[in-house]
Design a protein around this ligand. Structure first.
Ligand code: HEC
Length: 167
């Protein structure tokens, strides 16, 4: 019995020596693992996932449709007096027909008024308001304006670049 136990013990010892010697002979190569590379790969993967997630969210919640575009435009005239500021503001309602720079619109049959003499613009507006000059198209736009508004409009308009009488 003791012999058998000794025999088994010797067998186990030999087996483990064989195993251990084989284990030792395995090439050890730690160079293959570069911490920096692994870190960079991990970060790149994180970023890729974030981008995918953003794209997914963007598809789920498309931005609300805007029915207007806000365009910041520099004023054409140096608005350095209160009257010019007022004239510029009042003129916004005239742009549909006379154009942003007062260049006139053929489609509206409306003449160029940017750069026109201020006295001419003023007297035209007064004449229209008081019915001496009939302009059925424009009349509704003048109804709520008074003489001070006309003066401000004429001041502003006369400073715009004159494009000639063509529309
Ligand atoms: C609905 C279009 C329309 C709008 C808005 C409009 N106009 Fe006019 N305007 C015209 C038309 C058309 C004429 C030419 C009518 C005519 O010959 O009698 C005209 C003529 C004028 C004239 C005379 C030009 C000239 O050479 O005799 C002046 C000044 C003028 N508009 C200023 C304005 C101002 C200031 C506003 C804003 C408060 C304005 N208009 C808004 C259509 C418009």
């Amino acid at each position: 019995m003791t012999k058998l136990v000794t025999f088994i013990a010797v067998l186990v010892a030999m087996a483990s020596v064989m195993f251990l010697s084989q284990y030792k002979s395995l090439p050890v190569n730690n160079d293959k693992f570069s911490f920096e590379e692994a870190k960079a790969a991990y970060i790149a993967e994180q970023e890729r996932r974030e981008r995918l997630e953003e794209a997914r969210l963007a598809r789920l919640n498309p931005p609300e449709e805007q029915d207007f575009i806000v365009v910041e435009e520099l004023p054409l005239v140096d608005l350095n007096t209160a009257q010019l500021v007022k004239g510029h503001e009042l003129y916004q309602r005239c742009i549909v027909c006379h154009g942003r720079q007062g260049e006139g619109r053929l489609s509206q049959n409306s003449p160029a008024i940017g750069g026109q003499y201020d006295w001419y613009i003023l007297s035209s507006l007064q004449d229209m308001k008081e019915g001496r000059r009939v302009n059925a198209l424009m009349n509704p736009y003048l109804r709520n304006l008074d003489n001070d508004d006309f003066v401000a409009l004429a001041d502003y308009l006369s400073r715009l670049p004159w494009r000639g009488a063509q529309r």
